[in-house]
Design a protein around this ligand. Sequence first.
Ligand code: BG6
Length: 459
Amino acid sequence: MKQFPTNFLWGAATSAPQSEGHSTQNGKSPSTWDKWFELAPEKFNENQGPENTSNMYEMYREDVQRMKDIGMNSFRTSISWTRLLPDGKTVNEEAVRFYRDYFSELKKQDIQLVANLFHFDMPWWLMEKGGWEVRESVDAFAYYAKTAFELFGDLVPMWTTFNEPMVHIECGYLYGYHYPAIVDFKKAVQVGYHTLMAHTMAVKAFKDGGYPGKMGIILNVSPCYPRSQDSEDVKAGHLADLLNTRSFLDPAVLGEIPNELIELVKDHHLTPVTEELDQQWIAQNKVDFIGMNYYQPRRVQAPENPQFPASMPSDFYAPYDWPNKKMNIYRGWEIYPEALYDVAMMMKETYHNIPWFVSENGMGVADEERFMDETGMIQDDYRIEFMQDHLLQLHKGIEAGSNCFGYHTWTFIDCWSWLNGYRNRYGFYRLDLANQYERQLKKSGLWFKELALTQQLKE
Ligand code: BG6
C-alpha cells in the first residue's frame, strides 16, 4: 500500500472548448476552432466540431456532483477568452453569470478549481490580425487575464496562464495540425516568444493586482531520452530538452530564458522581435507552481542530414523509435511510467523543488464501446493499470523528496479533442454520442474514488 500526502489533490482536467459546447451561442464570438470547423469540417474526425461537446455549459451542476461522486477534490477547466470578451474588450455578462455559477458550485462542493486561461483557443478577431505572431496579442492576453482575475478571483484558488504552449506553437506553425497550419520555423519562434511574454504579462497583472490564490503554467514535459550515449545522440537529447522543456520551464520558474537557447536561435537566424523591458518582466514574474502534462516520453537521436541554418527542429534532433517500447495499442503512444519519476527528480534538482502537480495523465482508447459489459459499464482495466503504474512512479518521486501536490487525469467525461473529435476516449465517464447528455461511469471512476478517498494506492 502506498500512502499519498494529506491534502493531495485528486482530480481531472478538461478545457472550455472541449467541454462546454454552445461554442457560437450565449454571446460567445468564434475562436480559431469554431471558424476552422465552419471553413473545413472535413478536417475534423467524423465531422464533429466544437459544438459537439458534452455540454457542460448546461450540465455543470450535475457534472460537479458527478465529480464529488467519484471522490475528486480538484478539477481543472479553462475559461473561454471569446466567451468572456467576445470582441477583446467588452465583458459578456452571460459568460460572467455562467462562470461564477459554475465555479461557485465547485467551491460549494469543496473541489479546488485550477482555472486555466488559454487552451489552444485563439480568438478569431485576433487571429485575423496575426494571432500570436503580432505583439498586440501579448497586451490583449494580459487584458483578458486581468479581467478574469477581477471577475472570478474570489472563486479561484489556482490559476494557470497556458496549457501546453509548445503545442499551439508546433501544431500551428511547424506541423500543420492546428490553424493556421503554417510551416515556418522563424514564425514559430516569434509565436513562442509572444506566448512567453503573454504568460509573463498575465503573471505580472496577477501580482500587481494582489489577487488571492496561486499562479502557474501547464507544460507538456517529458525527459528527452537519447538513443545512445554517443556524443551526437546526447547532443540531440540536450537540444530537444532545450527547445521543448527549458524554453518555458526556465523562464517560468527561474526567471530567465536559457542563454544557450538565445544563442542557438541567433546562430540560426531565428531571433524574434523583442521589447526592451521583456527580460526584466520575465525575471520579476516567476510562477508559484507548475502543472506537468505527461503522456509519453520523447526519444531522440542525432538527425541524419541536418541543415545549417536549421529550417525545422528536425535539424536539431530526430525522433527515435525505441525497439523495446511498450505501446498503448488503442491510441498509438508509448507507455513509460518511469518518466514521471524522472520528471519528479528534475523538478527537485533543477527547479528548486518548486511545488508541481501532474496536470494531465491518461490513456486514450479508440472504439472503447468494445469494452462495455452487459450492464453498460466500460470495463477499462487497461486504464486502471496505466494510472496505477504512473502513480507508483510518482509516489517514488514524492518519497525521494519531490514537491508534488496532486494528480489530475485527462479527463473527467470523454471529451471532444480538436481534429481527433471523439476518436480517443479518456474519461472516467463515458459520453454517449447518440445522446450527449448521457454520462455513464466507467470502472476506472470507481477505482479512482477509492484511491481519492483513502489516499492509498494498492500495489
Ligand atoms: C492533451 C491536450 O495534450 O492531449 C488535450 O491538453 C487533448 O487538449 C489531449 O485533448 C488528448 O489528445 P488526443 O489527441 O489523444 O485526443
